[in-house]
Ligand binder design. Sequence first.
Ligand SMILES: Nc1ncnc2c1ncn2[C@@H]1O[C@H](COP(=O)(O)OP(=O)(O)OP(=O)(O)O)[C@@H](O)[C@H]1O
Ligand SMILES: [Mg+2]
Length: 517
Amino acid sequence: MADRVLITTDDLEQAVRVNASLEQAGFDTAMVSSLDDVRHAVKGREPGAGSREPDAIVLSGGLHESTAQRLLAAAREHSVSTLGLVEATDEDPGQIGRELGLTAWLVKPTDPGEVTATVRRLIQRRHLQQRTGILGESAPIQEVLVKIEQMAPVTSTVLIEGESGTGKELVARGIHDLSPRRGKAFIAVNAAGLPETLLESELFGHEKGSFTGAAERRLGRFELANGGTIFLDEVGEMPPATQVKLLRVLEDKSFFRVGGTQPINVDVRVIAASNKPLKEAVSLGTFRDDLFYRLNVLSVYLPPLRERRSDIPLLVRTFIAEFAKQHDRNFRGITPEALQILVDADWPGNVRQLRNLVESMVVLAPEGEIRASDIPRDIRERTRTLPMRIAAPPPREIAGQELEFIFRTLVELKMQIEEMRRRIEERPSERVEVIEVGSRDSGLGTRTIEASVDPLAPSPESPTPVIYRPGMSMSDVERAAIDAALRETHGNRRKAAETLGIGERTLYRKLKEYAID
Ligand SMILES: Nc1ncnc2c1ncn2[C@@H]1O[C@H](COP(=O)(O)OP(=O)(O)OP(=O)(O)O)[C@@H](O)[C@H]1O
Ligand SMILES: [Mg+2]
């Protein structure tokens, strides 16, 4: 299907010429006049047959009008590229382009052929974003995408720098996936937190018996990545001795397994990443300068999210849609007020933090929509409007992936609890009994909690309470529960099994085990 391009008619003469050139180049084009038309069109809902979301919009003029600005905001949120045709009388087209948030701009008078070529390039980049999953219309992200395109075909080493959660691994995978190595392995190794011997064995492998515990020969990550790409994360944390070995691999393309005597030759592209400026580690003397220059042949810098806030609405909306689908939630979106809070927040954990927060809000927001009150207080309070901000990244011990793991576990727990609650609510007659704290002997009295509809709303009149007393084992409790269920069902074993939520056969086995007749 041909890529779709809309052209605004503010400068009609330009619009007509551009439209003709794009049409001739095979694009599916439409000229749109008023703001309303255009805003609908961005959502693929313009009047007329065959409407669908555009891949790019050319703004032929009127860039300083508020209507253009609203259109640009809508385009950004829907990840639609924009090309602005700037008046020759405008002093600094670059600044105008950046201020307005245009994806690209050309100064009038423009050659329709050049406009078409630019549109083609923008659309190719959009496809690249879809392939790599890297979202963002801000200038730094667009620059990163250009770099990925340029770096993918070659084998030179790449150094990616940026705070935790800015997308370094995403970029590394993007470079690999667009490179001729895409069918081969992409292997990530985190250089932080592993003692030297373990890291070396991880990277280069070891021979049988090379150290205590090396019972078998083991291939290292460099060998496993042969023909593909190795991603060395947190390379700045690499111990000095390992740095020497890495330098040798980069220079000779060969290495020895730990305890080995035969050099191993590999063809591996190295992409390294660091969440602290590696140059600083060089000046502190903790990172070798020769290795730094060897890694830094090509470099990518990912700025923190707080320096590209214009990307936040697009990220938020995309993540909402993704998680609503994943968690099967009927979700409307986010209120403007809530979105503004997210745009203004500090994001020390960058896109990872934003993504995780959106997931938790999609799961937890009671109204099927993210509202300001759903946003945790620490995010609401840590906005740029505060006079003092603490922008330090989270402490290393719980940074990055660990934080993500903790978060995921919490979300899963929450989902499980919701599922349990749903099941209980679906079967109001089902009884949840048991649980007693305290003991008769201690004089506190026996307490029985029984719930028939909501386990959180105890009712004291249990027909057959099962009582736990200190000293009882799990089998004692189980036995008591079976007794109670049989009493309750007047000995009907099928019903008793049902009440207990176990299979009939399991009940028979337990009756035998506990010698209950
Ligand atoms: N531009 C982006 N568009 C969409 N998702 C992004 C973007 N940047 C980062 N993410 C998402 O944020 C999360 C963190 O990204 P990633 O793991 O690449 O960060 P990182 O820089 O390697 O972090 P760390 O230094 O902690 O390892 C991932 O879920 C990733 O998909
Ligand atoms: Mg990473």
